[in-house]
Design a protein around this ligand. Structure first.
Ligand code: UDP
Length: 340
């Protein structure tokens, strides 16, 4: 059995990926400092998979802790999620973001290189494209200067991985650029639970529907889009998780150490904020209070993925419908808030 270290595995994307990897027959080791998550997600993973998860409460910036994990386990590969992710906070606290996001990744790569190498998946973001001139974006679309320190850490970490695999011939990498991950596991045992006021659209919607937030603010309806609200590519969290299994398989099947491929992970279908709000209400038969306010600083007008490379090379495709995804998101929120 191949063992994969998931850094940040107690978080939203990490926990769903841990489920998919376990189901696919991988051994999963999770390292997480629980700075933005808690162990409830680990219990959820164990309930869904019926398997015990090996968990280390560890900070990836701490080399000794990482060496301990690699010393105690045979790790064949790693998926790196452990990072701060709030765009606004990164503008307020750039040094904290640069320190954490860059140190955790370089430390992981250093320890891997010292322990005989392996396969690495880095969780990047469509944010690296900024507002692209041509849509949909392919992996060849030029990256734009990052609009925030957070976005810049994604770009720099991409570069770090590219350089690291070039220099360490036993390392191999894949960069996955996520579009907008939403939803929850259909069991409602794991899902997204942001601390404080959610920044992202779908958790804000589910919390508003649950009565925790008074109303949703739609940030701008004066964009140059069909209904004036911004366009995004919303991808189901389980589809996204499955892309990591495909990425690891790709690296095992096509051993070519010293290389690092890049893939967009989205659906290829643009959806406007307003369309998503309407769909959420229809699918879940709830009324959502919302108002239109001004644009949010730093938001792009429209972005969606060309996914043909991932479809062809990884043999991966997003399968879940937006309806299914929004139903799962609401089921998770209801379970969390004990709404019958
Ligand atoms: N959005 C919104 N109200 C909110 C949160 C988000 O209108 O309370 C909009 C946001 O302006 C963007 C889209 O929803 O157009 C997706 O935002 P999100 O923060 O989820 O992801 P992003 O694309 O910014 O990474």
């Amino acid at each position: 059995m191949k063992n994969i270290l998931i850094t940040g595995g107690a978080g939203f994307i990490g926990s769903h990926t841990a489920v998919e990897l376990t189901v696919a027959g991988y051994g999963v080791v999770i390292a997480d400092n629980l700075s933005n998550s808690d162990t409830t997600s680990l219990e959820g993973i164990e309930k869904i998979t019926g398997r015990k998860i090996l968990f280390y409460k560890a900070d990836c910036c701490d080399k000794k802790q990482m060496q301990k994990i690699f010393g105690e386990n045979k790790i064949d590969g790693a998926i790196h999620f452990a990072a701060f992710k709030a765009v606004g906070e990164s503008v307020q606290k750039p040094l904290m973001y640069y320190y954490n996001n860059l140190t955790s990744f370089t430390t992981l790569l250093e320890v891997m290189a010292e322990s005989g190498g392996g396969n690495v998946v880095f969780s990047s973001s469509a944010t690296v494209y900024g507002q692209a001139d041509v849509l949909p974006v392919t992996e060849e679309t030029p990256r734009k200067t990052a609009a925030s320190p957070y976005g810049n850490t994604k770009q720099v970490c991409e570069d770090i991985l590219q350089d690291a695999v070039r220099a360490h011939s036993d390392l191999q990498g894949i960069i996955l650029r996520y579009f907008n991950p939403i939803g929850a596991h259909p069991s409602a045992l794991i899902g997204e639970s942001p601390r404080g006021i959610p920044n992202n659209l779908v958790p804000f919607i589910t919390q508003t529907a649950a009565g925790i937030r008074r109303e949703l603010q739609i940030f701008g309806n004066d964009y140059n889009t069909p209904d004036g609200t911004a366009l995004r590519d919303y991808i189901d969290i389980m589809d996204l998780a499955a892309a990591h299994v495909s990425a690891l398989k790709r690296m095992t099947d096509h051993q070519s150490a010293g290389t690092c491929e890049v893939f967009n992970v989205g659906t290829g279908n643009p959806l406007s904020v307003m369309e998503l709000v309407v769909k959420f209400q229809e699918v879940n038969k709830v009324n959502l209070k919302y108002s239109i306010t001004g644009r949010r600083e730093g938001d792009v007008e429209a972005i969606w993925a060309d996914t043909s490379l991932a479809n062809k090379v990884l043999g991966w495709k997003a399968r879940r419908s937006i309806e299914e995804t929004l139903a799962n998101a609401w089921a998770w929120e209801k379970k969390l808030r004990r709404i019958i």
